[in-house]
Design a protein. Structure first.
Length: 282
């Protein structure tokens, strides 16, 4: 019997762990994923240097050319950069998962008596931790350029929780892409040409009111816009009030962000699981 056949036999025969056993598996794999960051700290550039670079560029270089009347642009910008950064959490999990599949790490894990779901859960938790580092760095940066939490501790925390909830939904997008694509280059190409424009086609960097009619409609219904508006509202960031004719998500951004996050997870998660199972089943 070949080694591959042995691995499949072990995978099928392995007992399904429950309770503490599965938790231990997840924590072990999370530690393994975070150890990569410790040994290769350059992996943190996308959630440390890149967000700071975006803040400085838009606040001090492009900000003077972006006319937002009556708004202190620098603190107004920070929630948008944070929404963009958490959306990029899909990049992290997509590239990491695709690399593990391509290098045979997932096959090796499958040969052990562990639950297949532990691989995805651990990767998701590690990606959230990775993105949370970026959020922390951007919070400190925002405080230096004028961001303040004017609505109290409770609403400030609510904003961060909404941010992480949306990040969890985006992680499933990353799992789907990382499982479906055959190379890291393909993952980068697809994610860059989809997620990157979506984050700019929103109210993250400028007000959607100033866009052409059809483009404004797309921006106002963009989940990134709802998340950004929720952060600004909960952190008390001063800005022009949402116009009366704006769509429902901008008038109820917290609820809209919750609905968007749950909807994305409900739709994408089953597709991601199917793609992962198809890619990792001989």
């Amino acid at each position: 019997m070949s080694a591959a056949t042995d691995a499949i036999a072990i995978d099928r025969a392995a007992p399904t762990p429950q309770g503490a056993g599965r938790l231990r598996q997840v924590l072990t794999l999370v530690r393994r994923n975070l150890t990569h960051i410790k040994r290769q700290p350059e992996m943190l550039t996308d959630v440390t240097i890149q967000p700071i670079m975006f803040v400085l560029l838009f606040a001090y270089v492009f900000g003077g050319s972006i006319n937002v009347p009556g708004v202190d642009y620098k603190p107004w910008l920070v929630p948008g950069i944070m929404a963009q950064t958490i959306a990029f959490s899909s990049f992290i999990v997509a590239i990491g998962l695709n690399t593990d599949i391509g290098k045979g790490m997932v096959d090796r894990l499958r040969s052990l008596p562990i639950a297949r779901s532990s691989i995805l859960v651990s990767r998701s938790i590690a990606a959230l931790i990775h993105s949370s580092i970026g959020v922390a760095v951007m919070t400190v940066t925002g405080l230096f350029i004028g961001l303040r939490f004017h609505e109290g501790l409770g609403r400030a925390v609510l904003g961060f929780l909404l941010l992480l909830l949306f990040g969890f939904a985006m992680i499933w997008v990353g799992i789907l892409v990382g499982s479906a694509m055959r190379s890291v280059e393909a993952v980068n190409g697809l994610m860059f040409t989809t997620i990157f424009p979506v984050t700019f086609l929103s109210n993250a960097f400028t007000m959607a009111d100033r866009m052409p009619g059809w483009l404004r409609t797309i921006a106002e219904w963009n989940p990134i816009s709802a998340l950004t508006q929720a952060l600004r509202d909960n952190w008390g960031v001063a800005g022009d009030p949402v116009r009366a004719t704006a769509p429902w998500p901008l008038h109820h951004p917290e609820l809209a962000t919750l609905i968007w996050s749950l909807a994305i997870t409900a739709v994408i998660a089953p597709l991601a699981l199917r793609a992962f199972n198809a890619r990792t089943t001989d």
